[in-house]
Design a protein. Structure first.
Length: 285
């Protein structure tokens, strides 16, 4: 497997907006009507991560990534957010051997190589908007096969992995459909390793179905295309970039940081030192 990071869709470093130059000149201020709901969701993602580093899968949860990027930039969590930009609506059995090798390269670039997982101090949590759980299932299947092939200790690795599904909020009842109950692989992990964060349905559908993104989707047919690293221009990507920049800046505000801390306080993980410490870092400035 190559030691060079595989090609991936270009995304600007939004923590250094000076790199954008005149890209957003003349672009109107985006309407962040969903900011409060997004902030609560972002706080729960952190709180339910087990204190782990976060890797955001695909593009759907980019807004959560951007908001947290701004909020955590000046804390000890700076640098603990990353992206796994793959889009994968097909099962692992439908991937060619070449596709599997390329996925492994992306997993390795995100810190998910079996050798690295077995030696991590902290957990690593994958985050994505989830409907039926197919992407998580494909990623886990490819990773599990890789662990077997590499002969790294699965009992150690399983204690390092987390899956956080951002789901569309519904009325809770004993009959509520939960994606993880329909995938046997989730039983191969500790009970707390697979968790959900519910999000208002309108916001969920905005992020997953309607929101412009800074780059096109990145399905298997594009994984081997070296040109994907070229920045995409146009009205949609430009509006998406403006939204991303606005969310990073919103994350830096006292209002958002206070809401993050308030939400942390209602989570069971607040009993743990790591989350209380982060809350202190996010306190008033």
């Amino acid at each position: 497997m190559s030691t060079v990071d595989p090609p991936r869709p270009h995304r600007w470093d939004l923590l250094r907006p000076d790199q954008l130059g005149t890209l957003l000149d003349g672009v109107g201020q985006p309407d962040l009507w969903y900011l409060e709901e997004l902030t609560v969701c972002a706080a729960k993602v952190v709180a339910r991560s087990g204190g782990g580093d976060l890797r955001f899968v695909g593009r759907s949860a980019d807004s959560v990534f951007d908001l947290l990027g701004g909020a955590l930039a000046e804390t000890s969590w700076s640098g603990r957010l990353g992206r796994l930009p793959l889009s994968c609506a097909v099962g692992a059995a439908e991937l060619s051997r070449r596709d599997v090798e390329r996925m492994r390269e992306h997993l390795a670039a995100a810190g998910l190589a079996p050798h690295d997982l077995a030696r991590r101090r902290r957990p690593l949590a994958l985050v994505d908007l989830v409907w039926a759980g197919r992407t998580f299932t494909t990623v886990h299947t490819v990773l599990r096969d890789w662990v077997e092939e590499s002969r790294e200790p699965w009992p150690v690795i399983r204690s390092r992995l987390r899956y956080l599904g951002i789901t569309a909020r519904t009325a809770t009842s004993p009959r509520t459909w939960r994606w993880q109950q329909h995938h046997p692989w989730t039983g191969d992990l500790p009970a707390k390793a697979v968790q959900n964060v519910s999000l208002d349905r309108n916001v969920w559908h905005l992020l997953g179905d309607h929101q412009p993104k800074t780059a096109p989707s990145f399905p298997p047919r594009r994984w081997h295309d070296d040109t994907v690293s070229v920045p995409v221009r146009g009205d949609g990507p430009t509006r998406a970039l403006a939204t991303a920049v606005a969310l990073v800046e919103a994350g830096r505000t006292r209002t958002v940081r206070r809401r993050l801390v308030r939400t942390f306080g209602s989570e069971p993980a607040f009993a743990e030192p790591w989350l209380r410490s982060l809350s202190h870092e996010l306190g008033p400035r």
